[in-house]
Design a protein around this ligand. Sequence first.
Ligand SMILES: [Zn+2]
Ligand SMILES: [Zn+2]
Length: 354
Amino acid sequence: MAKTMKAAVVEKPGALAIREVPVPEIADDEVLIKIKYTGICGTDWSIYTGKYSADKLPLIPGHEFSGVVVQAGGRARGLKEGDRVTADINMSCGTCFYCRQGQKLMCRDFHQLGIHVNGTYAQYAKAPYENVHKLPENLDFLTGAFVEPVSCVIHSSKAAKVTHGSSVVILGAGLGVLHGALARYRGAAPVIVIAHNPKKLAIAREMGADITISLNEIEDPVAEVRRLTDGRGADFVVEAVGKPETYEQALEMVRPGGTVVAFGICGGDDTIKVSPFDLVLGEKTIVGSCAGVGTDWPDAIALLAHGRIKPQALFSMVVPLEELEAALKQLRTDPNLTKVFVSSEISKREILSK
Ligand SMILES: [Zn+2]
Ligand SMILES: [Zn+2]
């Protein structure tokens, strides 16, 4: 076993370097994983720019991944060398008030792989065995690296409790297209996705949206949603953009008695205008949804393995680890890029879909 490995390290905000670093040493209850692919996520940009986890630098980011177990600790039950895996990135203490409530994501000692501790933009990474999930044979490594975002959307879908025949509006067509797919499986009708990018709206339709609204073609999305819902507003609105103005729109376009699902991540200091009058008299509900955790992971794996969710249209390209920084920047400027994966096993870019 090699003692050192190649890794992408964010050393300080805006400074990312490819370094030779020690291979992580595992404890008894951990496994060492040889990383196949890591998907680039908006959170990685926030870490790179110092908006997020700046106090944790230097850090190897990367949390949407697949790989193969190369070493299992003595207490890592049910896992062995050669297992194809991904891992729930959420780690908690297990004994605090929130952990006892089953609300692991609220744990006072909450930390996530690749966000608060070293992650998977490297040749190897370690994870607690209890967090590791095996990938079924028919789930390829690329799709395996997409389990994490799907688990987040499943978590949000469970929180929303969308009912049959209810109208669901999704603001945003990044992970919004997955929200559309899941809303359809929960029996929603119509499923409406609102975004700017025509290519992403086409993918949203392919993945289950009944109606897509292009923000390039209409003035007022709130009025458009009311028009499509007999003037009431939608039963459910999912904010999957992460901007204060779209949160305000979500609260305006949900019908009285309806539910807004808070999914998109804004800045820590961002605030929105809410009408308490409208909340009270309209009996509107807002539910937050932070990450995929626990059973959301096997659920995501099952939906992907059985082709209920076919995310391949979202897969843009794979870049070598050395091009991570360039790809992070390219994702900010090229609106047609959707999911970009990183691999330490290739030396030049592989284009997956245009
Ligand atoms: Zn992510
Ligand atoms: Zn805890």
